[in-house]
Design a binder for this molecule. Structure first.
Ligand code: ADP
Ligand code: MG
Length: 701
């Protein structure tokens, strides 16, 4: 036999050949022997347990029996031949049946011999029957791959199954490759790290992930592979971050000058919270150290991120730089513009807004004033990324709700100055710590974990459809007190038509319950033109309407302090973080606010848990943790464009501890050996030099 290596193409493996190799490539992305070894089982069947025949039950999944073949015969005519055998243990007997490969089975299944039989029991003729069970000699022979007490189960596909590459077929290939190539597997982690965390070597881990010696060995193998995966992800991110900080000196904001001071001392109508002050200090430190800032500010809705953003922009202005702030939607951009100009009271800086609906004429003027430096702050949507938008000296970029912007868009903002501007990303979606470390591992993270004083937490109730009249009554009471009410309907694409009907029916009922002219209802949904939306929102903002019916367009950003009730229809259909975002629209004024979750009676376990969580807590971070546990990282916003979903073994919902260890390890070693020059780190350097070209930041320079 020729000497295979890990790089050997899968087609050269015994029993594969070009056809199946092509299938493996297409279906599973397996090109080489190494790729095959990296196709890990997704579960294991416990084969440590032997069932007694008496214990069998048709409900059981696959079971394992140990018994003697006490009868064997081929029955049926030449069209329907089958081999039927009887397996007997000390508690009874079952039937084993084969319809295919009779000759082979007949030759290999010996009467009077003991076998391990593995299969799914079904009831037949008053007894149990196994069709095409797996057979193993007993005692099992010792092999490199152990005694298969835990049998690996691999993902396969229909096409592969037709080519006999089902889980079992893949298992055989894995065994073949491991027998030939186990010795070739090289260590990827520095040994001192393995020692420190008591992790098995790569070879042992790969062997045990496919063919675990026992549960303990499997656990260790998993831990090792998860650690490795998270370690390299962190290494890549933190190394890039460090390189970026060395490469981009960053604009120096040495002055806290008249604008910041005047704003803080004379204009700001409130005292910043402790958390706001801390974050402003962090931003000041970042912008004074001679490196580009890349910071994420996480803060629940209403935590006062706008004031922090404005302070940062004023800091830029004090140092002779321009600033811009980008929001994902037109409504939000305008809202930010209103908030910022409102806070500034027309003083200290010239602020402009740029969105898709800015007229050509206004644009031309704006472009001119940006280039001359007459505009200090520009607030807008994606429109401000366009190449035509040039700044005289952009020093600070604020991105609101970053997860809606791609890496490429971020990069385009970087290019708006010779030296890239400082970047402050703000998100109102609290992200679990593990996710933040992975999604934003290359950013420094600040948390505004304190709400402005005097805010009363929103009271949340869950009502069923049958209690709808109570809800209307409550609305009337609140409106009578002069408050305003939001009612949000889900509008989810797949069932859009139905949702629209639902929305229309809801509106009809509302108009009946809340007739004009006493009551005014604003309606905003995705199918309306921007101008109509603006108009309707404005009516609500100005208090000319008391009720705002909306689909999720108001999810982010709207700020109407007088609105004190948020009603969410079909609340069970919203995700937790979305519910939390919506609830954040109220509780912004001094009044006690309420959130009412309306649902039908039939709730799934998960739906119920979501609503219960909302009723129980207002803490966004706690909610995001539960969201992560419930849905996994794939459904948490922001993950789609990150590497998180490509994780093979690690699970961010479950492996928080390992992630923390891996990250600490990387932080420590980069501190000690920033360029990875120490001999024990040469492996890591090799890894990075292979991978580094794929990193988005490189596109920027
Ligand atoms: P978000 O973090 O959701 O963007 P905002 O910046 O919109 O929050 O702030 C919400 C409201 O709280 C605004 O009306 C803002 O003026 C007010 N606010 C912000 N910081 C404070 C503070 N320290 N004290 C009192 N009110 C504040
Ligand atoms: Mg905001």
């Amino acid at each position: 036999m020729f000497a295979a290596t890990l790089d050997t193409g899968i087609e050269y493996l015994k029993g594969v050949g070009p056809k199946r190799a092509e299938l493996l490539q297409k279906e599973l992305g397996i090109f080489t022997c190494e790729d095959l070894l990296n196709h890990f089982p997704f579960r294991y069947i416990d084969r440590t347990r032997f069932y007694k025949i008496r214990e069998l039950d048709p409900e059981l999944p696959y079971v394992q029996l140990l018994g003697r073949i006490t009868e064997k015969k081929i029955v049926g005519d030449k069209y329907k031949r089958r081999l039927v055998a009887q397996l007997t243990d000390d508690t009874g007997a079952v039937e084993l049946v084969w319809f295919q490969g009779l000759k082979w089975v007949d030759d290999n299944l010996l009467l009077g011999k003991v076998y391990v039989v593995f299969g799914k029991p079904s009831v037949f003729n008053g007894g149990f029957s196994f069709s095409h069970p797996e057979l193993e000699n007993y005692p099992r022979p010792a092999t490199i791959t152990g005694n298969l007490s835990l049998q690996p189960v691999y993902h396969s596909t229909e096409k592969l199954k037709k080519a006999f590459l089902d889980s079992k077929g893949l298992q055989k290939l894995q065994m073949l490759v491991l027998e030939q190539l186990l010795k070739e597997i090289r260590e990827t982690m520095p040994p001192y790290i393995l020692d420190r965390y008591k992790l098995p070597g790569k070879r042992e881990a790969i062997l045990n992930i496919h063919f675990p010696q026992d549960i303990e060995a499997l656990k260790q193998a998993e831990r090792r592979l998860k650690f490795e995966e998270l370690f390299f992800l962190q290494l890549q991110m933190l190394y890039t971050k460090q390189q970026r900080e060395r490469k981009f000196k960053g604009h120096l904001f040495n002055l806290v000058g008249e604008r910041v001071n005047a704003f803080y001392n004379d204009i700001l109508p409130f005292e910043l919270t402790g958390a706001q002050k801390r974050v402003v200090r962090e931003i000041r430190a970042d912008t004074q150290r001679g490196a580009q800032m890349n910071r994420l500010v996480q803060g629940d809705v209403g935590s006062g991120k706008t004031a922090v953003a404005l302070m940062s922009m004023l800091l830029a202005a004090d140092n002779g730089y321009q600033a811009c702030m980008m929001a994902p939607t037109e409504i939000l951009a305008r809202q930010h513009y209103e908030s910022v100009t409102g806070l500034l009271k027309g003083r200290l800086a010239r602020v402009e807004v740029l969105t898709g609906s800015t007229s050509k004429k206004e644009r031309t003027l704006l472009h001119r004033d940006l280039e001359s430096g007459a505009v200090d702050m520009l607030i807008g949507t994606h429109a401000l990324i366009e190449d035509k938008v040039k700044f005289r000296n952009l020093g600070m970029v604020i991105i609101d709700e970053q997860h809606r912007f791609g890496v490429e868009q971020r990069a385009r903002l970087w290019r708006k100055n010779v030296v890239p501007p400082h970047i402050l990303v703000m998100t109102a979606t609290p992200i679990p710590r593990t996710l933040a470390m992975t999604l934003y591992g290359d950013l420094d993270v600040s948390v505004i974990d304190e709400l402005p004083a005097g805010r009363k937490p929103v009271e949340t109730r869950h009502l069923y459809e049958g209690q709808r009249l109570r809800m209307f009554g409550f609305m009337r009471e609140e409106i009578a007190k002069g408050r305003q009410v939001y009612i949000v309907y889900p509008l989810i694409r797949e069932s859009e038509k139905l949702d629209l009907l639902h929305l229309e029916a809801g509106i009809e009922q509302l108009s009946y319950q809340f007739p004009r002219p006493e009551y005014q209802i604003s309606i905003v949904h995705g199918k309306m033109s921007n101008a109509d939306k603006q108009y309707e929102m404005q009516r609500f903002v100005e208090g000319r309407s008391q009720i705002m019916v909306a689909t999720t367009v108001i999810e982010v950003g709207v700020n109407v302090p007088n609105a004190s009730v948020m009603i969410i229809e079909n609340a069970e259909r919203f995700g937790l973080s979305q519910l939390h975002q919506l609830r954040g629209r109220v509780g912004r004024g001094a009044e006690q606010s309420f959130c009412i979750l309306m649902s039908g009676n039939n709730l799934t376990r998960e739906g119920r848990l979501r609503l219960e969580t909302m009723v129980r807590t207002n803490n966004g971070f706690e909610i995001s943790e539960i969201d992560l546990q419930l849905r996994g990282p794939g459904d948490i916003s922001g993950t789609q464009q990150s590497g998180v979903l490509e994780l093979k073994v690690a699970d961010l919902a479950k492996d928080q501890l390992i992630l923390q260890e891996a990250r600490n390890m990387v932080l420590g070693l980069l501190k000690e050996d920033p360029s990875l020059e120490l001999p024990q780190h040469s492996l890591l350097r090799t890894y990075l030099s292979k991978r580094h070209s794929g990193i988005a930041f490189d596109k920027i320079s």
